[in-house]
Design a protein around this ligand. Sequence first.
Ligand SMILES: [Zn+2]
Length: 84
Amino acid sequence: MPVQRRARDRDGSIIQPMTLANMRENGVRSISATCETCQHEAVLNADRWPADTPVPDISLKLRCSACGGREIATRPNWLDRPRP
Ligand SMILES: [Zn+2]
């Protein structure tokens, strides 16, 4: 099992990661994924995953389409956010 990455604050407490539900509330429907091995970047539609999926955990389900690497960093694709 891959170890799930969790952000921590200065005291070492785990910061709850953003979930797809939080992300969708912000008007973002897609994920930006970057391969840490070859820096290949891709934008993925996140509609296929359940709302309670933490955004960082999506990286565990992905494989780089360029190099096949599994070290993927995922974050909300903020460019998707509707402009006011
Ligand atoms: Zn790669």
